[in-house]
Structure formats: C-alpha cells, structure tokens
Design a protein around this ligand. Structure first.
Ligand code: HEM
Ligand code: HEM
Length: 185
C-alpha cells in the first residue's frame, strides 16, 4: 500500500494549486476594453448587415457600409498588433502543449475570419461600384463573405464554450478577461 504523510499531501496540494492558478497578471485594461468594445462593434455589424445586394444602390447606405468595414478592419488590425506585441495568454503554465496550440489556432482563426469578412465586404463594394452587380466574380465574393460569417459563428461558439470550461475549472483564464461571474478563490 502506498501511504503519503499528511504533511507531504498538503505540500503536493499546495504545489498543484499554485501551478493551476495563472502565474501572470490579468490582461491589461486596454486589452479588456478592446475585447469587449470589439464584441459590440461586431454585433452592430451583424445587426446592420446587408440583406439584399440591391440595398447597395442607396448611396448613403453604401457609404456607411464602406466606412464601417474600414473602421472595423483598422480596429481589428490595431487590436491584433497590440495583443500579439504586448500580451500573453492567461492559460496556466501547466496547460498541455496541444491545448495551448488549439487555443492559439482558434484565436488566430477568429482574427483571420473577421478580417476576411470585412475585406470581402469591401471587395463586394468595389465590384459593385464598377457596375459588376451580378456574375461569377461578385457571386464568388459574396459566397466567400457568407462562408466566413458561418465560420466565425462556429469559432465564437467554440471560444465561449472554452471560456465557460475555464470558468468551471477556476484556473484564472475567465477572470483575466471577463469582469462578471468572478471565479471562487
Ligand atoms: C465588417 C463588416 C461587415 C460585416 C460584419 C458583414 C456581415 C454580413 C452578414 C452577417 C451577412 C449575412 C450572411 C448570411 O446571411 O449568410 C452579410 C451579407 C452580405 N454583405 Fe456583409 N458585412 C460586412 C461588410 C459588408 C460590406 C462593406 C458590403 C458591401 C458594400 C457587404 C455586402 C454584403 C452582401 C451583398 C451580402 C449578401 C446579401 C444577400 O444575401 O444578398 N458587407 N454581411
Ligand atoms: C461572452 C462572450 C465571451 C467571453 C466570455 C470571452 C472570454 C474570453 C477569455 C476568457 C479570453 C482569454 C483567453 C486566454 O487568455 O487564452 C478571451 C480572449 C479572446 N477573445 Fe473572447 N470572449 C467572448 C466573446 C468573444 C467574441 C465575440 C470574440 C470575437 C468576435 C472574441 C475574441 C477573442 C480573442 C481573439 C481572444 C484572444 C485574445 C486577443 O487576442 O484578444 N471573444 N475571450
């Protein structure tokens, strides 16, 4: 039989606890602000989406779409550079390499899909302004635009489920980004 002394057991538990907690401070205030402001910006983008290509005939609607997509793309680029240059993941140091890789892939894919949605939106606008209102080129661009919208819905769902999983694990990842439903200490 394998008997561990009470003292050794306590020490093991303490070490495991320290390892499970995030060993770096939270994301910066700006990182959190960018994350949550961006969610509102994206939700607004979905709310005011183009339902029919003929809506682009309305010049003021067309202009608003182009300005929105450009601001969205600039915001996303700034956020990506800020996050990759100044912030580190809050996953605990003992997270398996494979899990860290999956988290990276999901985050990176979210950036790519979001940029792709805005970029293909701008391309649709460009082709439309050239008078290409139907045909292979614009249909392919709209198809890609819509495909990326479905991809981002999947990625966001995976992302939110993963965030809730970390909240239930109480490992500091949730608290590092989310200001409500705080983890139990
Ligand atoms: C970041 C900016 C944008 C977001 C978040 C966005 C979002 C969306 C969404 C959610 C859809 C519906 C997809 C579906 O039902 O499968 C859509 C469709 C579409 N979007 Fe965008 N869009 C953006 C920029 C643009 C721009 C700049 C244009 C063109 C000026 C544009 C033109 C279109 C068109 C033509 C459709 C297809 C409408 C149809 O079903 O006929 N989008 N967009
Ligand atoms: C209620 C919804 C959401 C919750 C609870 C949430 C939670 C989190 C948490 C806990 C992290 C830190 C993960 C880590 O350090 O590894 C994070 C990071 C991130 N979230 Fe969310 N998130 C939500 C919605 C979204 C949405 C809608 C998007 C995209 C439109 C998004 C994009 C990102 C990205 C790209 C990161 C990686 C860090 C960065 O580069 O900003 N999140 N989120």
């Amino acid at each position: 039989m394998f008997i561990i002394g009470a003292d050794r057991l306590m020490r093991l538990k303490l070490m495991n606890n320290i390892d499970n907690k995030h060993t770096k401070p939270n994301y910066s205030f700006l990182a959190k602000l960018l994350h949550w402001c961006f969610i509102f910006l994206f939700a607004f983008g979905l709310y005011k989406q183009v339902d029919d290509i003929n809506q682009l005939e309305d010049i003021s609607f067309f202009r608003t779409e182009i300005v929105f997509a450009s601001v969205f793309l600039l915001f996303l680029t700034f956020r990506f550079l800020y996050m990759t240059k100044t912030q580190k993941t809050s996953l605990p140091t003992n997270t398996p390499k494979s899990q860290k890789l999956v988290a990276k892939i999901v985050h990176f894919s979210m950036y790519i899909s979001l940029a792709g949605i805005a970029f293909t939106g701008l391309m649709i606008g460009y082709f439309f302004s050239l008078g290409l209102k139907d045909g292979f080129l614009i249909e392919l661009t709209i198809g890609t635009h819509e495909f990326l919208v479905s991809v981002i819905y999947w990625l966001i769902s995976i992302h939110v489920i993963a965030a809730i999983y970390h909240r239930l694990k109480n490992d500091g990842v949730w608290d590092s980004m989310v200001p409500f439903w705080k983890e139990t200490k």
